[in-house]
Design a protein around this ligand. Structure first.
Ligand code: AOF
Ligand code: ZN
Length: 360
């Protein structure tokens, strides 16, 4: 199973919206077939492993990082392929949270007389596809909010200057976060302030990442309620898909890669729940919010987040600098939102703090 997990990880930047899955087929203590799912629309992990195993699959054990599927999706059911090719035992790391499968694959195998169990190295398997699992289990994507600040919480000087607070290693780590995300969301404030491109730049990724040729570019999402952005900005010059979200129609003519999406208003602003629902509809598994203090605060206040990732630089910007997140004023400490550190580590000269809900 450890080997199957290793194989699964090879697909982690290209299977969107599908999960990354690996499979190893073992016969008489020897590996006879290996495979992983490379891309949605292409065969699943089991099919590649079965092809390699050929007749040796008869009486063999298949280790799969996800329950074999039971449905006709873009490809036929893997449970059927395992049955037809004579595998006698299937060990899965976890049940597929996709409601179209959800235990039916295991049942199909058992009904065909195959010994089928799940739960081996489950935590490791879940860690490979957190976004897919979140969307399948809750109907909305996993939402991570990235923030960067000085040790005293400054994110920009009073004059707006903010580049660069954190060092090159932290910025490379942010490139990795983008690569892991189905969509990256930012707001008009940040776009007007920094003129960012919001894309993944392979040359700026951490050196340990092996990027496959068919890697998935995250959908860039820009929240522009007031319609303040114009097509000449840098991010619109890059011909990768952009979703431009507003609660009112746009006045501009946008190039074909910019999809203008109009959503409902909630207290005079675009309803963030509606954007998140739209992204789930578009099969986005995980979202990275990379925005200014207002939009980040709005996501937090709406409860639309799973992880806060805060990069903290060993610098002081003083109390005339701008703060990390805009939240309403609190009058007692009991109202102040509390979080829990899930992970704390050093990235280059900076710290990376990962926070989750206090009650999780
Ligand atoms: C497997 N093995 O390697 C993967 C599985 O549209 P399709 O046919 O590609 O089906 C996608 C669904 O299949 C996906 O949502 C998930 O439930 C499952 N993925 N299953 O048996 C695999 N990638
Ligand atoms: Zn399958």
């Amino acid at each position: 199973m450890a080997r199957a997990l290793e194989l699964a990880r090879r697909g982690q930047y290209s299977t969107h919206p599908n999960p990354a899955v690996g499979c190893v087929i073992v016969k008489d203590g020897e590996v006879v077939g290996e495979g992983f799912h490379p891309k949605a629309g292409e065969p699943h992990a089991e099919v590649f492993a079965l092809r390699q195993a050929g007749y040796k699959a008869i009486g063999a054990t298949a280790y799969v990082t996800l329950e074999p599927c039971s449905h006709y999706g873009r490809t036929p059911p893997c449970a059927e392929a395992l049955i037809n090719l004579g595998v006698s035992r299937v060990v899965a790391a976890m049940v597929d949270p996709n409601p179209q499968v959800a235990g039916r694959g295991m049942r199909m195998l058992q009904e065909a007389g195959i010994k089928a169990q799940s739960g081996l190295m489950e935590a490791e398997s879940r860690a490979i596809n957190p976004g897919f699992i979140k969307r399948m289990e809750s109907g909305r994507p996993l939402i991570r909010i990235k923030l960067a600040a000085s040790i005293d919480g400054g994110t920009a000087l009073a004059n707006g200057q903010s580049q660069w607070i954190t060092g090159p290693e932290a910025r490379a780590d942010v490139q990795r976060l983008r690569l892991e995300s189905g969509a990256v969301i930012t707001g008009a404030d940040s776009v007007l302030m920094d003129n960012p491109s919001m894309n993944v730049r392979p040359s700026q990724l951490p050196t340990h990442i092996e990027l496959p040729d068919n890697w998935h570019h995250p959908l860039r999402v820009v929240v522009d309620g007031q319609g303040r952005l114009s097509p000449d900005l840098k991010l619109f010059q890059i011909e990768q898909p952009i979703l431009l979200a507003s609660h009112q129609p746009s006045r501009h003519n946008w190039p074909a890669h910019v999809d203008c999406w109009q959503g409902p208003k909630l207290s005079d602003k675009l309803d963030l729940n509606a954007i998140v629902a739209e992204l789930a509809e578009r099969q986005v598994n995980s979202v990275l919010v990379e925005s200014g203090a207002r939009l980040a605060g709005a996501f937090i206040a709406a409860g639309l987040w799973d992880e806060l990732i805060v990069y903290q630089a060993p610098k002081m910007m003083g109390d005339s600098s701008r703060g990390l997140v805009h939240l309403p004023e609190f009058s007692t400490m009991s109202e102040v939102p509390e979080f829990k550190f899930k992970d704390v580590r050093r990235v280059g000269q900076d710290l990376r703090l990962t926070l989750v809900r206090a009650e999780s």
